[in-house]
Write a protein that binds this ligand. Sequence first.
Ligand code: NI
Length: 135
Amino acid sequence: MKVAVFRKAHFNAAHRLYRKDWSFEKNDEIFGLCNNPNWHGHNYEIEVKVIGEVDKETGYLIDLKILNEIINKEVLNRFDHKNLNLDTEEFKDLNPTGENIVVVIYNLIRAKLDAKYELVVRLWETERNYFQFPA
Ligand code: NI
């Protein structure tokens, strides 16, 4: 019996979308307002979906306390109230788009999650724009 368990979390972070090897004009053309050199912030929401078999003894798929600890340690402690471009290793040389952020978060959680589980991560950058990995 496969079941999905979801955990939501939230963090605030600043970023700028640009490529160092492009001119300001080209960055402006491609990234628009997100290329603002003085940064801008988002209230990011994430949804972590874990799929697996329910344990017959406990009735749990995963102990949500453990999942919550993984999310806090791997995602929130790293990114909450940070400038993604300046303050994090992950985005030093990687453009912090929603697409890239959701893949980075997936990989951070995947590394700590038992291999028996399937994982899907969603990231909301705004109420209307959100991203999912794997697609
Ligand atoms: Ni932005």
